[in-house]
Each structure stands twice: as C-alpha cells, then as structure tokens.
Design a protein around this ligand. Structure first.
Ligand SMILES: [Zn+2]
Length: 334
C-alpha cells in the first residue's frame, strides 16, 4: 500500500443488531418496511482512502509495467459509469478534467468527486488535464485536485521550464504532483485540444527538462495526436524513441492523444514504459453514438432512461482500454 494523505471513515452496522424486516406484513407500521436501525450498534473503522496523488498512483504502474487510464470527463453520469467500470475491472484510474471541461461542469463538482474517490474500491487521482496557467493550477489545488498538469509545450524550451518549475514548486509544497509535456502532440479535428503539428520529444532535452523542473511525470510526443484520426491518416508510434527516452529517464511517461491508435501500438507503448494514457475522444464518441440511436425515438425525454444505455456503451470502450493498458486487476497492488 502506498502511503497516502487521506483516510476515510466507514460506518458499518452490526448485522445481528438489526431487526428482520417483516416480509408480507399488511400493516402501515414503518417498521414493517424498514429495519429498526435505531437499535443497531454502529461501528466505525478507519480504512485507507483510495484518493491518491498522481505520483503515488503512477509509481506503482511504473514499477509493474502497466498504464493507468486517464479518462476525461465533464458529466456526472459518465463519471459514475467510469467509477463503476474501473471497480468492476479492479483498475486504478485517473479522473482527468481539462480547464474547458471544468468550466463546463463547475468546481462545485469537486467535493462530490472527492467523496466518491474516498469511498472507491480502486485507487483514483483527480487530475487537472492541460492546465495552461499558474492561476488555473492554483485553483485546481485549492479545489481538491490531487494531480495537476501544466502544458506549455507550445512555448520555447526555457519558457516551458520556467512555468513548470513554478507550478512544481507550488504543487510539491502541498504534497501534490505534476505532469508536464515536452514536444508537441498533434491535433486532428476542431473538437480536439490544441496541439499543432507533432514535434517529437528529443531524449536529451527530456532529461534536462525533468532535472530543471522537478516534474513528476512527463507527457512525450512519439506520434500520437489529440482527437480522432480521419480515414486517410495513419497513426504511427515511434516505439524506438520511447525506449530511448525511458532508458535515460525512468520516471512515469505519459501518452496523450491515444484515441484511435491501433491496439498493437498502444500495447507496445505500455510494454516499453508508458504509465498513463489519456482517453477522451474514444469514450465520448461511444457515449454519444449510442445517445444518437436512443434519441431517434422522439418520445425519449428523461435523463434516467436516455443515459443508462449510453453509459453502458461508454463502459464497453473504457473496459477495452483498461484491458489494453494491462491495468485490470492492478488495484490489488496498492
Ligand atoms: Zn492531452
């Protein structure tokens, strides 16, 4: 078990102290419906919380050669589905929230996510994805995120170093961890995050960058792009480049833009030192593809009838990623 900063309290009820429900009673007596919990003896136990920092979460992945899925989410029903599938597959996971997603869902969601993470049966980190400014990172830290990314990969090397070091110093001061990015990941469609053209990460620069900034993990550019690949474009990962970087820099390495890459390439990336893979477009595409089918029935109106089949479709895709990343069952390692 990796030491963590949080503990949670669970309240259990000693079963013998609960009066049996009187099945088949025709009275209106409340006790015929509800067990007499007022007579139950409450017990409390301290159990470790599963809300971890990104650093603690990824250290286990690095030591055991798997990748933790980081699912981008800005919708509460989808969030519930991601907890459910990760618990079913016994997979650690990262709740990744991009600043645009955070402005959509609002920071008030954080207390609910934190509560869910405390009670989760699998390790979880709450991660700011692609923070762009120092202020965004501080807001995330104050809101209860346990991991932050500062992405200044589109700026010159020295500027990237300066802002990441500033963020790393702040995050480390309060026991949290940082992800940065070196090299640039491409952008495939208008719905995708900013990325520009792919500029591959230079191994020697990556080593120097980590030394200068103290970042805990590093997103590298080895041939992925944000968004979904059009039919005429073939993704290709440079596994040799990954091997070269990992040999020089044995910290957790991160792959962004993993949606749409062939499974064999992703599997090779995991086998060769990628410990976190961001999944955004794939789960959202599955969810909304199913929603379009469901909404073809014009009588559909209620979220609690429209969303469940969409959540199930999203869970199928999420489970495929968990398995591909060798993360299933790995919750037991924490
Ligand atoms: Zn990204």
């Amino acid at each position: 078990m990796v030491p963590c900063r949080y503990t949670r309290r669970t309240v259990g009820v000693i079963a013998d102290a609960i009066a049996p429900i009187s099945v088949g009673s025709t009275t209106n007596d409340r006790e015929s419906i509800h067990p007499r919990r007022n007579s139950a003896q409450l017990i409390e136990e301290e159990v470790p919380s599963m809300l971890l920092t990104g650093k603690d979460l990824l250290a286990v992945a690095n030591a055991n050669n798997f990748a933790v899925p980081a699912f981008n989410v800005s919708d509460y029903a989808m969030l519930n589905g991601l907890f459910a599938i990760s618990e079913e597959r016994e997979s650690p996971f990262i709740i990744a929230i991009h600043p645009d997603e955070l402005s959509h869902i609002g920071v008030d969601i954080l207390p609910a996510i934190i509560q869910k993470a405390h009670r989760s049966s699998v390790p979880v980190a709450i991660h700011l994805d692609h923070g762009a400014t120092y202020e965004q990172v501080l807001t995330a830290i104050q809101s209860g995120f346990t991991s932050v990314m500062l992405d200044a990969s589109l700026t010159p090397f020295d500027d990237n170093v300066a802002i990441v070091k500033k963020v790393a110093d702040a995050a480390h001061a309060v026991g949290l961890s940082v992800e940065a990015e070196l090299g640039t990941i491409g952008k495939l469609d208008e719905e995708a995050e900013e990325g520009g053209e792919i500029i591959y990460t230079v191994p020697a620069d990556a080593v120097r960058f980590v030394e200068l900034t103290g970042t805990d993990s590093l997103a590298i550019a080895i041939g992925t792009s944000h968004g979904l690949y059009p039919a005429n474009l073939k993704p290709e990962l440079k596994i040799d480049l990954l091997k070269e970087i990992k040999a020089l820099l044995p910290i957790p390495l991160v792959l962004h833009g993993g949606s749409g890459n062939p499974d064999e390439e992703i599997a090779k990336a995991v086998a060769n030192g990628i410990n976190k893979i961001n999944i955004s477009s794939d789960i959202k595409a599955s969810y909304h593809k199913k929603m379009r089918e469901v909404l073809a029935d014009l009588s559909m109106r209620e979220p609690n009838t429209i969303q469940p089949p969409c959540i199930e479709a999203m869970k199928v895709t999420a489970a495929e990623k968990i398995d591909l990343f060798q993360a299933a069952g790995k919750a037991r390692l924490y």
